[in-house]
Design a protein around this ligand. Structure first.
Ligand code: FAQ
Length: 327
């Protein structure tokens, strides 16, 4: 005869199977999984990993462009850049909130970022050497971000998908401001044109790396696509991005730094040169040009903001107490 514990285990297993079937059916039917729904532990862990990395990228990504706020060439450009950098902070906040719905606190995620246990996008470990880099980031980095993120609006996890809708609208605006900035430089003096070209030369390859390793080396793609977290593979999105950029570069009057870039009539898309995956791996290991600076500045900003967090919690606590006393 089965013991009570064995009977309980069996019942639990039956429930577990039913939950799993309901989850699989919801994913297959393109329904959204919501925070209170049952989900496999590995699905939850994958989402926390991706959403946290995404959130960290948004807030670390504020640094390269913020570097130019005090040196923007006009009041108009300064106001636009400040608004853009603030938008990136906002994106970080929506994404940390989305991660919190999975049961992981923001403090824990930030601690993992600060101690190198979670990643942020490789792209933000490159320096912004000239004003044209602000344009190149808008055009290429925000452009790559949109290409990658529009499909995430259809991600199977509701809070992440909904956060992405607003983020993508703002990223589209960012991409246009970068394009407009580069166009002004490209059509400006020969020095300005050369500065724009130099920025595109430096940002092109790192932007292609943003999409992640090639499909045959992407550890998570197959499972994430089966769960409909990711809708397309890394290489698919990278190719889409190249096809979008080529005509835009022509309109800008700038060239993309790839002698192997050419249209393939048969495939109906552009072919492009080999990406330096050794460089990508090195940046991920922490050896990019700015990895150390980015994390040091982030930790410092976090420490310097401690009093704001304390004041905000004290204020919230006071209001909760007042509300409780009134009730
Ligand atoms: N950098 O198996 P996969 C922005 C890691 S936001 C660093 O292919 P997955 C806005 C990957 O995490 C930019 N690490 O991984 C803005 C994994 O490591 P793990 C950020 C990378 O997750 C603009 C390992 O390699 N966007 O730009 C990178 O299926 C301007 C194996 O890779 C997002 O986060 C990389 N580039 O696919 C802000 C979008 N690529 O975790 C300011 C959401 C891969 O095992 C200014 N994320 N790795 O230790 C995604 O779509 C996916 O996570 C991918 C990677 C496509 C990034």
């Amino acid at each position: 005869m089965a013991t009570a514990a064995q009977a309980y285990d069996r019942e639990d297993a039956v429930d577990q199977d039913a939950y799993e079937r309901a989850f699989d059916a919801a994913v297959a039917a393109d329904e959204r999984i919501e925070p209170r729904d049952w989900m496999p532990d590995a699905y939850r862990a994958t989402l926390v990993r991706q959403i946290a990395q995404h959130a960290h990228s948004e807030i670390i990504g504020m640094q390269p462009e913020a570097n130019w706020i005090t040196r923007a060439p006009s009041l108009r450009r300064k106001a636009i850049l400040m608004a853009k950098v603030q938008d990136e902070a906002g994106h970080g906040l929506y994404l940390y909130s989305a991660a919190e719905t999975l049961g992981t606190g923001r403090d824990e995620l930030l601690d993992k970022l600060h101690t190198g246990r979670q990643k942020y996008s490789s792209i933000f470990n490159y320096p912004t050497l000239t004003w044209a880099d602000v344009g190149a980031i808008g055009w290429l980095v925000d452009g790559a971000a949109i290409t990658n993120q529009v499909p995430l609006c259809r991600c199977s996890y509701g809070p992440y998908a909904r956060a992405m809708v607003r983020i993508c609208k703002e990223e589209s605006f960012h991409q246009r401001q970068g394009y407009e900035l580069l166009l002004a430089l490209s059509k400006g003096t020969p020095e300005q044109h050369a500065m724009a070209q130099d920025a595109v030369d430096r940002w092109w390859w790192p932007s292609l790396m943003m999409f992640g390793p090639p499909d045959d080396e992407s550890a998570h793609s197959a499972q994430s696509m089966a769960w409909k977290i990711k809708r397309h593979s890394n290489d698919e999105l990278r190719r889409r991005f190249v096809d979008i950029c080529v005509p835009q570069a022509e309109s800008l009057g700038l060239t993309l730094p790839d002698p192997d870039l050419k249209w393939n009539e048969e495939l109906g898309r552009h072919e492009f040169g080999e990406i330096d995956w050794t460089e990508f791996k090195n940046v991920l290991k922490g050896n990019g040009p700015c990895n150390e600076q980015r994390i040091t500045q982030r930790r410092q900003a976090h420490d310097e903001g401690a009093w704001v967090r304390e004041a905000a919690s004290a204020y919230a606590g006071k209001h909760t107490e007042t509300g409780a006393a009134r009730a």
